[in-house]
Design a binder for this molecule. Structure first.
Ligand code: SAH
Length: 386
């Protein structure tokens, strides 16, 4: 190798040399959250000059509307005196800050809540602490959801699940093998597959995926987070709202993707220096939540959710009497968040909610459209003050 190895690449090579080819999930986990050198651990990757930009960083409207969603959901829960408002993977803390500002108009909710930030990165935790110091709401930090104390809970997550490691399996002549990373003869890191097929893998797959073609790839998340979300929601008679990009139905396909400086890159190049994500399998998530007895709402597109929660009214309020520059900033943000172009955020991103069935319909999910809804054009009535 001619280039200097980053500490994380050196670690990955050390492990492959010692223990053999490394499953994709382990590679992804090390690259993103290695305790010293992981991508999220060492940096703040967000914003226009960072590697990527997320919905809450595009506009305050996003967090505000989700905050009001939480207030309305809390009312459906019977307005419990104490409510844990949990955010998974809060990035810069922008969404929580905007949410907490917005819920000042529901003082009883604001008084009842404690914010719980679930964040693995000390660097980002610092950012979040700074952001939330602007507002007087009790806030606690945890490294994982199971550290959040029990009690009435509402969970929010934007672009969190996509950052959790995925396993990949490749269909070979003798069945599905785990996809791994090995060191090739020329010394480079290279995708390959484990020597032996995964026992009983077919039985795990939805029946329509059982006759896959040689070379097809299937992805699944082996982490416990979906289980923990389902368990929490039911135990606390609460709700969770997850927004992410992915596919509505479990499907074959390699969606592992690397991004650095707002451009796609080879996932094996520069381990630890690139963001790695893989699409969310909404069907798998929904099945997990259902297995705990939770009711699944959606998925619907982000555009549909935000419109139903009143983003247009909120944008009008923000532009009224504002200087021209602010005006166009808000309009651009509205267009970006709700764009239904083929690659637009409003359509690529989906919202799914899980809740105790006793809560009934959740705000924004009232008229459950067909799952492949590409954004409801009938401008449904608003459900919330904006
Ligand atoms: N929700 C934010 C950030 C999304 S990026 C936004 O929309 O802007 C993913 C976030 O999840 C980061 O804050 C990252 O540090 C955090 N994260 C990644 N893996 C995690 C894990 N296993 N446990 C907790 N947080 C994690």
């Amino acid at each position: 190798m001619t280039h200097d190895l980053s500490p994380i690449e050196a670690e990955i090579r050390r492990r492959i040399t010692a223990a053999g080819p490394m499953p994709v999930a382990q590679f992804m986990s090390l690259c993103l959250t290695h305790p010293q050198h992981g991508y999220y651990i060492t940096r703040d990757p967000f914003g226009a000059r960072g590697d990527f930009i997320t919905a809450p960083e595009i506009s305050q409207m996003f967090g505000e509307l989700l905050g009001l969603w939480c207030a309305a959901t809390w009312q459906l829960m019977g307005s419990p005196e104490n409510i844990r408002l949990v955010e998974l993977g809060p990035g810069r803390g922008t969404m929580m800050l905007d949410a907490l500002r917005a819920v000042q108009i529901v003082p009883q909710f604001r008084k009842a809540l404690v914010a719980h930030m679930v964040e693995i990165s000390p660097t980002l935790e610092q950012r979040q602490r700074q952001a939330l110091s602007a507002i007087d709401v009790p806030t606690e930090w945890h490294q994982s959801l199971d550290q959040v104390p029990d009690g009435p809970t509402i969970i929010l997550a934007n672009e969190f699940i996509d950052a959790l490691p995925v396993h990949q399996a490749v269909m070979c002549v003798d069945g599905w093998h785990e996809r791994v990373i090995r060191i090739a003869e020329d010394g480079s890191l290279q995708f390959s597959h484990a020597r032996d097929p995964i026992a009983l893998f077919e039985q795990m797959l939805p029946p329509r995926l059982r006759d896959a073609a040689i070379g097809d790839i299937f992805e699944w998340r082996g982490d416990r987070i979906a289980l923990e979300i389902g368990r929490r929601v039911m135990r606390s008679h609460g709700a969770a709202l997850l927004i992410d990009y992915g596919h509505l139905e479990s499907a074959v396909g390699d969606t592992l993707q690397a991004v650095g400086r707002q451009a796609y890159a080879d996932p094996l190049q520069a381990p630890g220096a690139l963001d790695l994500t893989a699409h969310v399998d909404f069907q798998a998530l929904a099945q997990t939540a259902q297995s705990f007895g939770a009711r699944v709402h959606g998925p619907i597109t982000q555009a549909t959710l935000l419109r139903r929660l009143g983003i247009e009214t909120r944008a009008d309020a923000l532009t009224k009497g504002a200087p021209l520059s602010k005006n166009s900033e808000v309009k651009n943000a509205l267009a970006r968040l709700t764009s239904e172009d083929a690659t637009g955020m409003g359509r690529m991103f989906k919202a799914i909610a899980f809740a105790d069935p006793a809560l009934g319909e959740l705000p924004g999910f009232e008229t459950e459209p067909a799952a492949n809804d590409t954004g409801d054009r009938h401008a449904p009535s608003q459900t919330k003050p904006a």
